[in-house]
Design a protein around this ligand. Structure first.
Ligand code: AHR
Length: 658
């Protein structure tokens, strides 16, 4: 009797635990013949915003900070030089009446034969590479009676010259002068000297230094290593230019695309809203030169095969800040900007804006298909304005799909109101944002399971797991967060009939100039690295497949049983089955995958992203601590036995036999 009671006790209290034992092999079934959903080619994309010195001081390769003296402090980043007792003066002049887009310039007078001038500190220094060519340029105007030339020197952190050239401005009118030179040394923290040779005065503006070696070698272009990291993700879309940047802290500082195209000297520089946003991360030197402007955004998207998704201001400044609104009867110019943008992207060269695009060197259209109306807007005011944009845009361009914002949070009153309203309006694409804990990501893997299959598509436009809390400067791009995102993304893929696009946020961060963490890719002046989160995004994008098929355990979707999350898809282009499994538990799991419906080949690959330590991060010095490792696996008679390592994300690819 005693023995019976003991056995019963064990059965009741310990059997469930035994059944869940991680050593017990789980049999996962894949019904490869039953297609559940098509995966959009746009599914995994990227979201670029000029935050964390992502553009100026980041991917835009300009090395001179405040090149046009348009910062609020016109000489910020510049230092007066008086070498060997030289003397002179620097005046700030303003020609706003004749040049409103670039009003300020400097009038430099040297009273010595040499040694007077100024130096620029760059963006936390300038990253210079040995033997690379550097292109200096300046707008200059000799003063009456002057004939000074400019000695240009790159200086390393020891104060030595590591590259030099000179230019001799010849005109008494504004002209551009340029010269190139080769750097003798690699230096992460160089500065640039501009010294006057000869006594006299000269006016200077747009003092610029670029590496020759930019992305696709474009003059005045983008940092090749950073764009390469984007290209390596093969993103389906590029959402740009923000983010709150689009809205502006106030309407005056909103993003206006027309002011970001054409000659860089005429792209009016404005403050970056992240300059002042976080009291704990002030960035007084953060401005937007718009050297990376709308043409460049469209070009990068084209280069890396991503569908462009521009976001336009809808007459609302950031609702976390001033909430300034344009009265609805005065929205005309804002709506016109949207219409003109579509024409700029897609119009023939015989249209006004298509001709403009062609004049900028891109006669072929950019094939714009989507446009975001507002960033993280909410409330009645948004809906009121959105409707006006929607009517005007669809009257002229019915084929353009509009992205509507569901606000900054994934639930609550703001979200529910927008969600219900846009569904009634039969909106095309709803943009949801979630910055939340890793736990939230695991718990929300079924978020889309019950969404209306016939309603609007979902764009997970901004998301990232926060290791501490949203906005905390202590947030880390650690493996716990990346793994939680990988687990959550099984839910995106499983629901690919509803979720058509997804992008991590933010994209870039300068290790010395960031405001927001976590971020996908970090960099300094010479180096960059992908975070564990980057590799998660990349693995999803490179292995997205074309058609989702059921992956089940005991007839249930794999959504956290014993800490495991999974999804499966076919890739009809490569004729492969792709299985993604995330084991968020600390124990290894034995798994037998049985494939029904399609005859599988016998060999495949498994790409593993794993760390035993949930706090693991990558860094500039150790960029590959958490990075993918590929190995061969064997399929036997349509099944494969795998050991899913603790804290791991595995991507399995195997060819179909027939
Ligand atoms: O990604 C950082 C910010 O987060 C974006 O600018 C904004 O859209 C969101 O609130």
């Amino acid at each position: 009797m005693k023995k019976y009671i003991l056995t019963l006790f064990i059965a009741v209290f310990y059997l469930p635990a035994y059944c869940q034992s991680n050593s017990a092999e789980k049999v996962y079934t894949i019904e490869a013949g039953k297609i559940k959903a098509h995966v959009q080619p746009t599914m995994y994309g990227i979201f670029f915003e000029d935050i964390n010195m992502g553009a100026d001081g980041g991917v835009y390769a300009e090395l001179v900070k405040n090149r046009s003296f348009e910062f609020k402090e016109p000489l910020m980043a510049w230092n007066e030089l008086k070498q060997d007792g030289a003397n002179g003066s620097i005046l700030i002049l303003n020609r706003g009446a004749v040049n409103p887009d670039n009003p300020k310039f400097i009038h430099v007078t040297s009273r010595s034969v040499k040694g007077y001038g100024l130096s620029n500190e760059g963006f936390h220094g300038m990253g210079i590479k040995k033997d690379d060519q550097y292109n200096f340029s300046v707008l200059a105007k000799q003063a009456m009676g002057s004939n000074v030339s400019l000695q240009i020197e790159l200086i390393n952190s020891k104060g030595e010259v590591i590259g030099s050239t000179s230019v001799t401005p010849s005109s008494k009118e504004w002209r551009k002068y340029a010269a190139s030179f080769t750097a003798k040394e690699t230096e992460p923290k160089a500065s640039l000297k501009v010294l006057l040779k000869g006594a006299g005065s000269i006016d200077l503006d747009m003092v610029s230094l670029f590496p020759q070696d930019t992305w696709k070698q474009r003059p005045g272009g983008l940092r090749a290593d950073l764009v390469q990291k984007l290209a390596d993700m093969k993103p389906g879309f590029l959402r740009f230019p923000g983010g709150c940047i689009v809205e502006g802290r106030e309407l005056d500082t909103r993003y206006q695309w027309k002011k970001t195209i054409g000659d860089v000297a005429n792209r009016r520089m404005i403050i970056n809203r992240w300059n002042t946003e976080f009291a704990h991360r002030p960035a007084p030197d953060y401005y937007q030169s718009f050297g990376l402007g709308f043409l460049e955004y469209f070009e990068i998207a084209e280069d890396i095969g991503a569908s462009p998704l521009p976001i336009i201001n809808c007459g609302m400044a950031c609702q976390f800040n001033t909430c300034e609104l344009v009265p609805v009867n005065q929205l005309g110019p804002y709506v016109q900007d949207a219409l003109d943008l579509i024409e700029f992207a897609n119009g023939s060269i015989h249209t006004k804006w298509g001709k403009k695009r062609a004049g900028l060197g891109h006669p072929a259209p950019f094939n714009l298909k989507m446009l975001g109306v507002g960033n993280e807007q909410w409330g009645e005011q948004y809906i009121e304005r959105y409707k006006i944009f929607e009517k005007a845009i669809h009257a002229k361009y019915p084929q353009i799909k509009l992205v509507s914002s569901l606000g900054p949070f994934p639930g609550g009153d703001i979200f529910n109101f927008a969600n219900e309203t846009f569904r009634k309006l039969k909106a095309s694409i709803l943009d949801e944002h979630y910055y939340a804990s890793p736990k939230w990501f695991l718990q929300n893997v079924k978020r889309y399971d019950n969404y209306d299959r016939n309603g609007p598509k979902i764009f997970a436009g901004e998301y990232a797991a926060q290791s501490v809390s949203t906005g905390s400067p202590e947030n880390k791009n650690n493996w716990e967060c990346a793994m939680a995102e990988a687990a959550f993304m099984t839910g995106l893929e499983r629901n690919a009939d509803v979720v058509s696009m997804a992008s991590y946020a933010p994209l870039f961060a300068n290790v010395e100039g960031w405001q927001w963490t976590p971020d996908l890719i970090w960099f300094d002046n010479l180096r960059s690295y992908g975070t564990p989160n980057y590799y998660v995004q990349q693995l999803y994008s490179l292995n997205k497949g074309t058609d989702v098929v059921p992956l089940t355990l005991n007839n249930e979707t794999v959504t956290g049983q014993d800490g495991c999350f999974g999804t499966a898809a076919l890739d009809m282009h490569t004729h492969e089955l792709i299985i993604k499994m995330v084991n968020t538990g600390k124990e290894e799991q034995s798994a037998d995958f049985v494939v029904n419906g399609i005859k599988m080949g016998s060999t495949g690959t498994m790409t593993l992203l794993q760390s035993d330590d949930l706090t693991s991060v990558n860094s500039l010095d150790k960029p590959l601590t958490v990075s993918p490792l590929k190995s061969e696996i064997l399929f036997n008679d349509n099944h494969v036995k795998l050991r899913l390592k603790p804290y791991s994300f595995s991507v399995i690819r195997v060819k179909m036999a027939d």
